[in-house]
Write a protein that binds this ligand. Structure first.
Ligand SMILES: [Zn+2]
Length: 332
């Protein structure tokens, strides 16, 4: 009998689905690419034909210009070559999807990046039992346990109210995290205007065009220091220690990332208020997901593979590393 999932080849530049002649999240231009989500290390420009959710295609067009893309809605089933394929929610960022493939009676699910906790900007991860589960392992160590999101947002609001003469500047990845922080603040009852760095403006607009309500937003370029005092300002992480931040009223520097669990990472960026808010599964979410899907095999794409591989083996699940190149774990 053939090896499970033998029709899927892990190559250095991505996952090749042979009977469909398609690549998943390839790091180099390919004639046919299936893209799980819009982060730059998964969605690259220059492909021939792109299959992705409408949201992911829109994100790619914002970044790379017009795509010869075919939109696929969540749960729509299509056939490509000899493979039945559908995209189901991954709960990572707007439009993010797992790719579910069936061929010769085998089901393989490629998760892309994912998380299990609720996110007001995208539908929740949908568990699809499968024979082979291809997973990320960005936070694949037992030390990574993300706290409750609401309590992290409350810490932010508490700090904001503690000194109304200052602002709280939150570093957040421009695609996904920035919009999630805004919606999480709204969900916690914070309806004051939120100021934003120009680099996240287009993505804010794109989220709103897909129905994600962000409330009252203001561009920092058209605000005075006095207007921003006592308010939240959102900027990409690269702007935190940049000259740009001098225009802000004595900012309390915060950063929203799963990496804020590591004190040294917070210190490197001079972060005063580390907020552990992640768009990736933590250790408990990874292991819970594998338990729930009960696959015969787990293939690990990127991250801290060793501990997760070991966990799988102690739970009688075959596991291997794919050693794909080009995936970064900084998008959190
Ligand atoms: Zn991602």
């Amino acid at each position: 009998m053939a090896r499970l999932g033998s029709w899927i080849k892990a190559q250095a530049e991505g996952i090749y689905v042979e009977p469909a002649d398609a690549w998943i999240d390839p790091s180099e231009p390919k004639p046919r690419a299936w893209v799980t989500h819009g982060h730059a290390d998964h969605a690259r420009g220059g492909h021939g034909a792109v299959l992705a959710t409408p949201e992911t295609l829109a994100i790619m067009e914002t970044r790379y210009g017009p795509q010869s893309g075919q939109p696929i809605a969540y749960d729509e089933m299509i056939r490509v070559g000899e493979v039945e394929v559908r995209f189901v929610p991954a709960g990572h960022v707007l439009g993010s999807a797992q790719i579910v493939m069936e061929h010769r009676g085998e089901r393989v699910v490629v998760s892309g990046d994912y998380k299990r906790r609720p996110d007001p900007t995208c539908p929740c991860f949908v568990p699809v039992p499968c024979d082979v589960f291809v997973t990320e392992a960005t936070f694949g160590l037992p030390v990574f346990r993300h706290p409750d999101t609401g309590s992290e947002i409350d810490r932010l609001l508490h700090r904001l109210r503690a000194d109304p003469s200052r602002c709280v500047l939150v570093g957040a990845y421009a695609l996904g995290k920035a919009q999630r922080i805004i919606t999480e603040l709204r969900a916690r009852g914070h309806h004051d205007p939120i100021f934003f760095h120009g680099a996240i403006e287009r993505l804010n607009q794109l989220y709103e065009s897909f129905g994600v309500e962000l409330g009252e937003l203001k561009h920092t370029a058209s605000a005075t220091k006095a207007e921003m005092a006592g308010h939240v300002v959102i900027a990409p992480p690269s702007a935190l220690n940049d000259r740009w931040s001098r225009r802000l009223p004595d900012p309390v520097t915060a950063m929203a990332s799963g990496w804020m669990r590591i004190r040294q990472r917070a210190r490197q960026r001079n972060v005063e208020l580390p907020l552990i808010i992640s768009d990736h599964a933590d250790w408990d979410e990874l292991t819970m997901t594998i338990r729930e899907l009960a696959p015969s095999e787990v293939w690990i794409t990127h991250g801290r593979e060793e501990a997760l591989k070991h966990w799988c083996m102690t739970h009688q699940i075959k596991a291997c590393e794919l050693n794909l190149v080009g995936y970064e774990d900084e998008d959190d």
